[in-house]
Design a protein around this ligand. Sequence first.
Ligand SMILES: *[C@@H]1O[C@H](CO)[C@@H](O)[C@H](O)[C@H]1NC(C)=O
Ligand SMILES: *[C@@H]1O[C@H](CO)[C@@H](O)[C@H](O)[C@H]1NC(C)=O
Length: 374
Amino acid sequence: MKLTALLSLAAAVAALPTTTDVVPRASISKADGTKFNIDGVTKYYAGTNSYWIGFLTNDNDVDVIMGHLETSGHKILRVWGFNDAKSPQSGQVYFQSFSGSTASVNTGALGLQRLDAVVKAAEKHGIKLIINFVNNWTDYGGMAAYYSACGVSSNAQWYQAAKCQTMYQAYIKAVVSRYRNSNAVFAWELANEPRCNGCQTSVLTDWIRKTSDYIRSLDSDHMITVGDEGFGLAGATTYPYQYGEGIDWRANLALPNISFGTFHLYVDSWGVSNDKAFGDNWVAAHANICKELNKPCLFEEYGVTNAADHCPVESGWQKKSLSLRNDGMAGDLFWQLGDKIQSTGQQTHNDGHTIYYGSADWTCLVDNHVKNIG
Ligand SMILES: *[C@@H]1O[C@H](CO)[C@@H](O)[C@H](O)[C@H]1NC(C)=O
Ligand SMILES: *[C@@H]1O[C@H](CO)[C@@H](O)[C@H](O)[C@H]1NC(C)=O
């Protein structure tokens, strides 16, 4: 109880420059070989994704949802730590805006204070957050929101343009310095699904090295990861194994300030057949590399669009991942969390992949999975 209060206070004052580290080191989530250690316990962990939780405007709504994760035995939640708006409307939640050739961080009530509520609720409920810094896609702005302010017109240019990177790093600094002292931070994440289509893989590897070193210079403790889809693996000829999206997965994971590997799985949008077998092989291919490099692998997003397939297909992938818990796999997070927003009575966004708290899919993919993990 006391510890929670202290940590919430720490989050509230983290925006102020401070050199005092108030987080007991034992409570910092870390890599332990190919597994994760959370609050001193090394084991396989389950969790989910919520891009929207930092955009809710009612603190209690956030707290109730975080409480549901806690009582369900989920431990890791991946959230959008960005919300980039080119021309924000009044009343809109956004974390960064752009005007002319400048970027400004919004620390107001509808700005990073929304993320503060997420961090605070996570601290209270023992949930650990993966917080990412920019989107490859245009949802919530993404790299494209920076384009005119930093003088580029593509993501490929964005990764390499000094001005874009200065803005991006300033945003990273604003977020990291705000929550650096919170034990609710599981890991900092460079981007959601960074791609550089048709680029040499050195473009992204250089960007990942530079950015992870930068984050490490701001925070010597928390884990750092990429947030990519897991493309670019030798060994098979289907699209996701190719290097065309600019990702060399092993080279990126081998970078010294990258703590663990991420990969996603969307058989529907990747146009690959045989969901079960493709998925199992995909998980195993990444686990092999993690084992070799002695870093954990996180199966960070996965989903299928056909609702009737949610339970059978996704639980099969969960079992595959869990079966490799001593062979490289450290945890999995399905896409995406669904719940009822208490203050409005509305259900959160159903994108076809959503697994709602309290549903039969939840029993299948959360309750049963958590039981299997033990
Ligand atoms: C994300 O990256 C891919 C590959 O570079 C690109 O095709 C796609 O357009 C990107 N998204 C945006 C919004 O640029
Ligand atoms: C990791 O980042 C830190 C901080 O920028 C840097 O000093 C260090 O050289 C990097 N680690 C390695 C092994 O390159």
